[in-house]
Ligand binder design. Structure first.
Ligand SMILES: Cc1cc2nc3c(=O)[nH]c(=O)nc-3n(C[C@H](O)[C@H](O)[C@H](O)COP(=O)(O)OP(=O)(O)OC[C@H]3O[C@@H](n4cnc5c(N)ncnc54)[C@H](O)[C@@H]3O)c2cc1C
Length: 450
């Protein structure tokens, strides 16, 4: 096939989501500061548009709460980036609360200890009675059961998904970065003497480039294939046992929605906007509609009042997509998908969870925003943690394993690496950890991303 060369760029970034845009902006700044170039050396391409992927539908929660020390350090760095320009990033620093049952008490305690060690401000409350008192001090209708620890992170909060992406895109464009919508990557061209990529085949022709950054969110499975990277890998576990042929990618479906009430109805007792609330509990969950038992297993939810979504927005644990990941229909994505949007079961469960936690949500299921479709796919690595690494000599892959909207700082660290400086914070997320058995510890949380 003869291909037209339509564009050329020293740095070609695939994907105009949080990672592609953050990398572009920070790289442009660093090129200029060092006299090694400018934003004009950077081209961002996206098959749809800015925010056409997971970043554009993310709930937008920004937290530090992770059981894995390397994730916590990375999140603390990202929170600094959010705090650096809250207006442009549409960031609301209301804080975040992890409210947990006894089975998670000890692990959350270690998170608190390590937050102290890295200077990340938080309060830790222990014991059922003290937790109840603390929560009633914030919300006089608090009634969640089975809670024995509360970690209250004073930093973090949430940001408005699309607004923050446009904030980033504006900053990048002001540095001279070009962002092209409607350009879909179809394959790569390699050098004759090396495996390095020299060009990107797109629906608009060939784009020649020296460095490629891949920030394609859930579509990473497709670009990974185009780069001829392995569909299955060997993994050494923490006991030293090797598991052969483990699939590299799997999908989970995130379930989120909005209760269409006035967001002002969920303020703290002193009239302030509340922290983002995340509750996990093993107390039985009963229907707020008919009192029937929904589950007696560990369950969890998160929520926040959000004027952007127009109500109380949040979600519950995702479910694993059992289909072969290569058969999963990624497009149309998010709310436009016929398959991966929430249904009545989620709505019934999540509204009952809200009512379990706070009396003000009892009997409100009728106000759920049925007409606005929600939910979306995330593509996860074998250990559910990100891979940030270089492949084929000059292709930097940012595969965030769906942890990523909050990780606005990753693009800054990736830009540093592209400038030749290894990042200590990204080191624990290399692809080589699977073969070496350098895996991250796992938590008791019901969520695959905690
Ligand atoms: C429903 C939902 C809620 C979430 N909530 C949160 C949250 O509250 N907090 C949080 O931290 N994380 C959250 N996440 C996870 C987070 O959204 C993702 O981890 C993150 O946004 C991924 O960012 P990205 O830049 O890698 O990819 P994306 O934002 O998915 O962007 C990738 C872009 O690449 C483009 N693209 C794909 N393939 C090609 C191709 N072949 N050629 C050209 N362009 C291509 C797409 O069009 C897309 O615009 C949520 C995810 C979902 C699905």
């Amino acid at each position: 096939m003869t291909v037209r060369t339509t564009k050329a760029a020293k740095y070609a970034i695939i994907g105009a989501g949080i990672h592609g845009l953050s990398t572009a902006y920070h790289l442009a700044q660093m090129l200029k500061a060092t006299g090694r170039g400018s934003g004009e050396d950077i081209l961002v391409i996206d098959k749809t548009s800015i925010g056409g992927g997971a970043s554009g539908i993310a709930c937008g929660v920004v937290r530090n709460n992770y059981y894995q020390p390397a994730m916590r350090e990375l999140m603390a760095h990202s929170v600094e980036v959010w705090e650096s320009d809250p207006k442009a990033y549409s960031y609301h620093p209301v804080g975040y609360m992890q409210i947990s049952p006894e089975v998670m008490h000890e692990q959350v305690g270690t998170i608190y200890e390590q937050q102290k060690a890295i200077g990340y401000e938080s309060t830790f409350i222990e014991g059922a009675a003290d937790c109840q008192k603390y929560m009633l001090g914030l919300f006089d209708d608090w009634q969640a059961k089975g809670i024995t620890s509360v970690l209250h992170e004073k930093r973090g909060g949430y940001a408005n998904n699309t607004a923050s992406l446009y904030g980033l895109a504006n900053k990048a464009e002001a540095e001279g970065v070009r962002i092209l919508s409607g350009v879909e990557v179809k394959g790569f061209e390699y050098g004759s003497n090396s495996g390095a990529v020299t060009g990107i085949h797109t629906n608009q022709g060939l784009i020649s480039c020296e460095v490629v950054v891949v920030g394609v969110g859930p579509w990473v499975i497709k670009i990974w294939d185009m780069l001829d990277l392995p569909r299955a890998i060997n993994i050494k576990d923490l006991n030293g046992d090797v598991h052969e042929n483990v699939p590299m990618w799997k999908f989970w479906c995130l379930e989120e929605g909005t209760l269409g009430v006035d967001p002002n109805m969920h303020k703290t007792n002193d009239g302030k906007m509340p922290p983002v609330i995340h509750v996990d509990t093993d107390a039985p969950l009963y229907s707020d509609v008919d009192g029937s038992l929904i589950t007696d297993k560990l369950w969890g939810l998160y929520y926040k009042p959000d004027f952007n979504f127009g109500g109380i927005q949040g979600g519950a644990s995702p479910y694993k997509v059992e289909q072969d990941p290569y058969d999963v229909a990624l497009d149309p994505y998010g709310p436009d998908s016929p398959d991966f949007i929430v249904g009545d079961d989620f709505i019934h469960m999540w509204c009952s969870m809200l009512a379990h936690c706070q009396k003000r949500f009892e009997g409100k299921i009728g106000l759920y925003k049925h007409k606005e479709k929600s939910g979306g796919l995330g593509c996860f690595t074998p250990d559910n943690f990100p891979v940030f690494d270089t492949f084929r000599e000059n292709v930097y892959v940012i595969a965030d394993s769906n942890h990523g909207y909050k990780m606005i700082g990753v693009g800054k660290l990736v830009a540093q690496e592209l400038m030749g400086e290894r990042s200590r914070l990204l080191e624990p997320f290399r692809f080589g950890r699977f073969a070496k058995g350098e895996l991250h510890p796992t938590s008791h949380s019901p969520f695959p991303w905690s």
